[in-house]
Design a protein around this ligand. Structure first.
Ligand SMILES: [Zn+2]
Ligand SMILES: [Zn+2]
Length: 269
């Protein structure tokens, strides 16, 4: 047991020593490869900041040394950075950077752009999920309290519905209008197939008021997504709202873009 503990401890010490050595080797490597290059602006010496970035010791300009100091070995043209590697901007040949200690470079703009797209796609997907869930749940929503002013055009519709009757309608719900009672009555008679408003039996004695209240109730049930309402000539038609029997489905799941999805996810966390 003691031996095993000692082995583990010396392994950690070895890893730490190797890391320190690697850091020194990296610094030494950069000093060497940058020793015969100077700032393109002011000819002063440059120091490496990190992979693909060095800074002028005098004017502080930051450049990518591979782009600034290397050329295509095939045609001599300037390199350009393509996501995670360099290539010739003229002939497209791959260019191996002399200025990368472990051969990894990172196009920060590219990944920033990809991160933005990734976040936007996730936000869009969340919104789709929210909508699908909202539609899926519409069957159990209870309608909001009756307020005729919140439904544009309702007053005109009610007037045309009761056209030919003597008194013009006042648009305040009167006392005695029990939306819950009318809602229960309508839901007891509504069918999954189309029927007209007049096929629903009256609930009150005053036929005109009863018809108006039935109509108001179906407007609110339609707004709550419980029934569908449409007009067929002079007839108001309605039926139960069909919920999706297959359950919520989210179209357009997040797809991979250029195979960087996993990488982007790691960068973000
Ligand atoms: Zn400079
Ligand atoms: Zn080339």
């Amino acid at each position: 047991m003691i031996n095993r503990k000692r082995i583990v401890e010396s392994s950690f010490a070895l890893v730490a020593a190797v890391s320190r050595f690697a850091a020194r080797a990296r610094t030494f490597y950069y000093d060497v490869v940058l020793s015969d290059h100077v700032c393109p602006t002011c000819d002063s010496p440059v120091t490496m900041l990190g992979e693909g970035r060095c800074r002028c010791r005098s004017c502080s300009r930051i450049v990518d040394p591979t782009l600034a100091f290397q050329a295509c070995p095939r045609c001599g043209a300037k390199p350009r950075l393509r996501i995670r590697r360099y290539e010739c901007s003229a002939c497209g040949a791959e260019i191996t950077s002399r200025f990368l200690f472990d051969g990894l470079v990172f196009d920060a703009d590219y990944f920033r752009r990809k991160m933005g797209e990734h976040r936007q796609r996730r936000a869009e997907q969340r919104e789709r999920i929210r909508q699908v869930l909202a539609e899926g749940r519409s069957g159990v929503l209870t309608p909001p309290p009756a307020d005729l002013s919140t439904v544009p055009g309702l007053a005109d519709a009610l007037n045309s519905l009761t056209g030919g009757m003597q008194l013009p309608l006042t648009y305040q719900p009167r006392e005695g209008f029990d939306l819950k009672r009318y809602q229960a009555h309508l839901q007891a008679h509504i069918q999954p197939f189309a029927m007209s408003l007049d096929e629903i039996p009256p609930l009150g004695e005053d036929a005109r008021i009863d018809r108006v209240w039935r109509f108001i109730t179906i407007i609110f049930l339609a707004h709550a997504g419980i029934i569908e309402v449409w007009q067929d000539g002079q007839t108001v038609m309605l039926k139960q709202y069909e919920t999706n029997p297959e359950g919520p489905h989210v179209p357009g799941d997040v797809e991979e873009i250029d195979g960087v999805e996993g990488l982007v996810g790691r960068v973000e966390t």
